[in-house]
Design a protein around this ligand. Structure first.
Ligand code: OSB
Ligand code: MG
Length: 373
């Protein structure tokens, strides 16, 4: 495909309510969007890097810099015939996976429109609906925690994930399990524990959790495998899995029994599909994680979740949980059964509200093809 222009934008978008994890609290998102123009069409990508390097070492600012100075010019002069060509185009650049994913996913988005097929089909997805879970941030007190769980259980979400950290775990889980003995429940520690906490974490087994997500170091496999040996509850890795090889290592070492796939964290749709396939071939279920995305990233997560081995409910939730007004139309809605319908129309299946995006834009830059030396 011919690429005429790549436009970078930063948007400021306050969350409906603050989201607290073990690594910090987010009240307003700085959203980096990629607008890819070519073939008379526009492909969109969203960079999921955070405002601070707390979840991963990338931030929206490092992503902006590396897209503008390296990745953008590489892509603009590449004429990729397929989204799957992007990893090769970007090969020279080490790391910066969230920046790469924003561009690569925009290529797939554009390609699906060119071919007139749903993005989900282009990715190899077959599901017509996806099962949804929800991620609940750390609340100021137990009363608000229980109220937050009640809201989401009533909304129909099939799995409730609770953010936890030392000092906000066993008592909180007791209170939630006491009130809802049978719901599908998991926790996500975002690397807040150390191996010294192993005895304490083994205590989580009593709560019949679907999984414990990323309890230990964000770059670790070995110590997770030691912890997994002591747990009945499956460990799920998020931060540690950067690519297919990581997934293979984690599965081989029994560091986890479930994998969270985030497109941004692994560098784009190609690698996300590779992780999905590697896990599937080894009987390891996966689910799609979230990064407080706007509707553009959310639409891409829905398409990815339509692949076969996404057998567990993902953190792909309704727009209104995050935003007063989402930047896509229609907004993402979740049925009372806790499902989202996978769009059957060509492309991402949600219109992008360019008027609203323009209004929210605080920074904009156009990238041109690499100058030939
Ligand atoms: O670890 O899954 C995570 C949000 C920001 C950074 C990391 C994570 C999360 C979430 C929220 O859990 C998922 C979502 O609803 O988008
Ligand atoms: Mg996580």
């Amino acid at each position: 495909m011919r690429i005429d222009a790549i436009l970078l934008r930063e948007l400021r978008l306050p969350l409906v309510k603050p989201f607290q994890t073990s690594f910090g609290t987010t009240t307003e998102r700085r959203i980096l969007l990629v607008e890819l123009r070519g073939e008379g069409l526009v492909g969109w990508g969203e960079c999921v890097a955070g405002e601070h390097p707390f979840f991963s070492d990338e931030t929206i600012d490092t992503a902006w810099l590396v897209i503008q100075s390296e990745l953008g010019p590489m892509l603009a002069s590449a004429e990729p015939e397929h989204g799957g060509k992007c990893p090769g185009i970007f090969r020279q650049v080490r790391g910066h996976r969230m920046a790469k994913a924003a561009l690569e996913n925009a290529v797939w988005d554009l390609e699906a429109q060119m071919k007139g097929i749903p993005l989900a089909s282009l990715l190899g997805g077959t599901r017509e609906v996806i099962d949804c879970g929800v991620s609940i941030g750390i609340q100021p007190n137990m009363h608000e925690q229980l109220a937050a769980v009640e809201t989401e259980v009533n909304a129909g979400y099939q799995r409730i994930k609770l953010k936890c950290k030392p000092g906000w775990d066993v008592k909180m889980l007791e209170a939630v399990r006491d009130r809802w003995p049978a719901i599908m429940l998991s926790v996500d520690a975002n690397s807040a524990y150390r191996l010294n906490d192993a005895d304490h974490i083994v205590g989580f087994d009593q709560f019949d959790l679907l999984m414990i997500e990323q309890p230990l170091w964000s770059d670790d496999f070995y110590f997770h495998s030691m912890l997994q040996k002591r747990l009945n509850t499956p460990i799920c890795l998020d931060e540690s899995i950067r690519n297919r090889r990581d997934a293979l290592a984690a599965i081989e070492m029994e560091s986890c029994r479930i994998i969270n796939i985030k497109c941004g964290r692994v560098g784009g749709f190609s690698e996300a599909i590779a992780v999905h396939n590697a896990a599937q071939e080894r009987g390891v279920p996966v689910w799609c994680g979230g990064m407080l995305e706007t509707g553009i990233g959310r639409a891409h997560n829905i398409a990815l979740s339509s692949l076969d081995n996404f057998t567990l409910p993902g953190d792909v939730s309704a727009s209104k949980r995050y935003w007063k007004e989402d930047i896509i139309e229609p907004e993402v809605t979740v049925s009372p059964e806790g499902q989202i319908a996978v769009p059957e129309t060509p492309g991402r299946g949600f219109e992008v509200r360019t008027d609203l995006i323009e209004k929210l834009t605080v920074r904009k830059e156009e990238i041109r093809a690499m100058a030939i030396a």
